[in-house]
Design a protein. Sequence first.
Length: 659
Amino acid sequence: MNPYFPHLFSPLKVKKTVFKNRIFAGPTGLKELTDHWHLVTKNIDYLKRRAQGGAASVCLGDVQVDVTGDISWNPKVRAWDKENEPGFYDMAGAIRSQGAHASMELVHAGMHFHEADRINYGPSDMIDEFDQGDGYGIRRHKIIAMPREIIDQVVDSYGKAALRAKHCGFTSVLLHAGHGWLPAQFLSPVLNHREDEFGGSLENRARFTMMVVDKIREYCGPNFIIETRISWKEGMYDGYQLEDSIKFCEMLEGHGVDMIQVSCGSLHFHDSTILSCPSWFDVEEGHNLKAAEEIKKHVKIPVGTVGAVTDPGLADLWIEEGKVDYIIMARALLADPDFPKKAMHGNVEDIRPCLRCLSCMTGGYFNLPIHCSVNPQIGRDSDYKFAPLPTEKKRVLIAGGGPAGMEAAITASRRGHEVILCEKDSALGGLLQVVEKESFKKRIGMYKEYLEYELGKSAVDVRLNTVVTPELVKELRPDVLIAAVGGHPIIPPIKGIEKAVQIVDYYRDEPEVGENVLVLGGGFAGVECAIGLALAGKKSTIVEMSDALASGPNTPYPGTGAMQIDALWTNVKKNNVQVMLNTKCVEITDEGMICEDKDGNRIELKADKVIAATGIAPNDATVDELRETVIDFEWIGDCNQPGLIRTAVRDGYDVALNL
């Protein structure tokens, strides 16, 4: 018995298969495929890393089952392509080699991922409007009700895809029947208006999914594990809800499904995409736990919960109390693939916390490799599986104790270098100290504490209240100097700008701003500041000169995907934040702000205070001062190019690995 989390690390037997613990690595899609959409070594290393970390089951996500759901602009592995078998075989073998079971997620996009040059099938005839979140606006496509012969074709394709998975060594398949994929589209009373045997009653709307389950069982036999992911509710208020989902799960069990994952939300409803993948605005652990607990009361097969689970203590308690049988983690295992092993040995402080920032989801919306704000290796697993140790120990001086500097110090020290980290302030963290003050960003604070803990374990010489000057460099004589000295607020040439409170000063000094506040700037920082003000009971208004909040496609680091935009707008609306787009501030006064709309019309806005969130510029002067003090000089993070936590952490990791 595990002495730390005995229930989380107890085995789970399903039919003839024994899973070594109750942590399953949820499905995550892959972007780096060959021209023919076959798996590559990088894909295999990526999922093998999840298995190495101790998960009991690791799932290859987004495997497309039929040509009618193929998506040219969003590549997914094609299950119907026989030439994918070697890659599938190697993938399953790599996962099994680490003591985990391999699973394959089977999907069909149906109506929600359109192609301009093909028939787009869905449950019913309609015109679908779909915003991919790539900045190009809404696409409108004609959807054709899937005829019976195509239904039979797709159902058969699901069965053959499962058989191919079994043939290649996968223990199970995960039938995705939630999140607005094709089975969920048929189940939806909002999208399914059919009058045949696939429409109308819940039993009819569930018929397509049951046919798929039956076909998989027919092809794969009685002992092959069929796991199904469902959304316990479709939209926040629209579509099917928990009562229907309970009956749906009873049907799934009756048709031979072996395990059920309980998730939430649908691609069709923007108010619920953030339920599928909760953001940091949702601070609760176990986002879908209560629904999973209710479903478990009505079925005898194992039920798991997915969505915002990061605390091994709570997960262990839920299993002990019989609320769920297992836990599915996706983002938590991207942030730290070794989460299971660390928890198993009681090393909870060593677990790198997921921020729920949705950065990992953003890559998918721009067809980029997966990435993570706090794990600089993720998506680059092949590059670092055999990272060489340095041949020469160096003395490394790092100026700046923000996320870039801390990550560089930790990584360089682990690689055997002598590291001195100097921070001009009395505490480490840089801007992490600022942004963690929002009530919904407690996970930023957890990440800062994690970095401080790792530094404390290391041999890094940390010196607070120490400014790195040319004189100090001369005294310490480092082999390498790394500047991570951050940036400073951009002060736009607006009359009266000095009357505004800079957002960094607002968080750091916590001045009184009154009850009616204008936020100048609708980037991430400005929007989240306005939401925080509203949560504190204040009236807040965002003034943004462009036509969108937190616009992403034209930024140097595409930082905004559809889910992040949905999370921002959902919380803007939920908290009654006022938004004024296409509005240019021309003057800040003692009474508020004078603006112009896009037609040049004058607008006067009254407020107690204006908070300026107008961006960050690099501290170039400090960098230039230090650049000439050593031969080997690097500059990282915001002092190189202002970006995100992700870019700062990756900068720090990469520069340290190259020493």
